[in-house]
Design a protein around this ligand. Structure first.
Ligand SMILES: [Fe+2]
Length: 180
């Protein structure tokens, strides 16, 4: 690979694969979550994500290039983390908290990707492509904001058990003593 154009095609292929993986992952998140609003948010972002993949396909048409057969390892990794976490047999409320965190990681990853792709598209004067990518970026930013709202609201039902609380009290007491 020698040119920015090739790097751009590579990045576009990567994010297209990411969006396709996420269509399925969001369905799973909707299914496995308990909080009704969270379920709804995952379902609606899934619909958006289908539209995002279509916009990316349109970008490839405008570019006159075929998407590479590449796999987005970053998003795949986040999806794998969720699969592994299921083996911890998490309680429903804990799983919801985990899902919100996973969604925040995902959106942040996508936002970084779109921002650099938009920069490159503008650099190469692909104005229409930059606009389409910007629509995806806006949706990801809105999804991130929504998830950050859930992060403030959805907490574990029980933060600590009695023994963990006793240990926390003990350690803050000894810290205070040391400070005095
Ligand atoms: Fe997305």
């Amino acid at each position: 690979m020698k040119t920015g154009h090739e790097l751009f095609v590579h990045g576009m292929s990567d994010i297209l694969d990411a969006e396709r993986q996420l269509v399925n992952a969001l369905a799973e998140l909707e299914n496995d979550s308990t909080n009704p609003q969270l379920k709804k948010a995952f379902a609606s972002h899934r619909n958006e994500t289908e539209g995002q993949a279509e916009r990316l396909e349109k970008c490839f048409q405008l570019l006159g290039e075929e998407a590479e057969e590449s796999e987005c390892a970053g998003i795949k990794g986040i999806i794998e983390e969720k699969k592994n976490f299921m083996e911890e047999d998490p309680a429903e409320d804990i799983l919801d908290v985990f899902h919100v965190g996973a969604a925040i990681k995902t959106e942040t990853y996508e936002i970084c990707e779109y921002e650099s792709l938009i920069d490159m598209a503008r650099e190469m004067k692909h104005t229409k492509i930059a606009q389409l990518l910007n629509q995806n970026l806006k949706e990801e930013k809105a999804a991130l904001k929504k998830m950050e709202g859930f992060e403030k609201k959805i907490k574990p039902n029980q933060m600590m058990d009695a023994a963990q609380e006793a240990r926390a009290r003990e350690s803050s007491r000894s810290k205070r003593k040391r400070a005095a």
